[in-house]
Design a protein around this ligand. Structure first.
Ligand code: DC
Length: 216
């Protein structure tokens, strides 16, 4: 008996994984969880409580009381929140506190889409469809820079590129659930694709996974 049809979409910051996950959710009528928001919320909540992102106890306490409603806060979308998220995400106890929230979401019978860094490796290692979305740091910095401009955040391209490189190193270099493709993930490099092309490519990967899942 198959478990629910879970689509795991992992990859580095601004690779396009969030948009791809949202489009897949629309295409298949599945709920989508942007798991980066969980870490962003923990970072922002800890900061508001006057705690430092390096304080594992304080961050784990914030993670333990996190509610789904907290994820709607627009403050989670800022550049600073992304940086805080990457820093709190290195703590094993923060990751442990967020595990059941994510796995409960993934256990919905209708299926679901989760995007993050460790969905295919740690959160849902049995997901029938796994994508690892990448793009060069320069392309990702350009995308993130444009997004921040649209949000009204005045920041230079070079600073955004530096942020991306720091985040890649931290997210991929940490001991706890480092960002990496699952052995059975399909790699999707979106560097030379429009978002429409990337979403179509993702859909084809998921179609193939769905056909295998239907047969199993
Ligand atoms: O996807 P994002 O940029 O919103 O993620 C923000 C940070 O949260 C990212 O730099 C690392 C962390 N994160 C994580 O460690 N694991 C996840 N599943 C999702 C995000």
């Amino acid at each position: 008996m198959n478990g629910p049809f879970v689509i795991a979409v992992d990859g580095p910051a601004a690779s396009g994984k969030g948009t791809i996950a949202a489009r897949l959710g629309q295409a298949y009528g599945l709920p989508v969880l942007d798991t980066g928001l969980l870490y962003r919320a923990v970072g922002v909540m800890a900061q508001r409580a006057g705690q430092d992102a390096s304080d594992e106890d304080a961050c784990a306490a914030a993670a333990a009381v996190l509610r789904a409603e907290d994820l709607a806060d627009p403050a989670l979308r800022t550049r600073e929140a992304g940086e805080l998220a990457s820093r709190v995400a290195v703590h094993p106890r923060v990751r442990a506190a967020l595990l059941s929230f994510q796995q409960t979401f993934a256990s919905q019978e209708q299926g679901s889409v989760l995007d993050g860094r460790d969905i295919g490796t740690v959160i849902c290692p049995d997901a029938p469809a796994k994508l690892f979305v990448t793009a060069t740091p320069e392309v990702r910095a350009e995308r993130r820079w444009k997004q921040l401009q649209e949000q009204g955040e005045a920041v230079g391209y070079d600073d955004v590129l530096a942020d991306i490189r720091i985040r890649d190193a931290r997210d991929g270099g940490r001991d706890a659930a480092p960002m990496r493709p699952a052995p059975d993930a399909v790699l999707l490099d979106t560097s030379r694709m429009t978002i429409g092309e990337a979403a179509d490519a993702a859909r084809r990967i998921v179609e193939a996974a769905r056909a295998r899942w239907d047969r199993s």
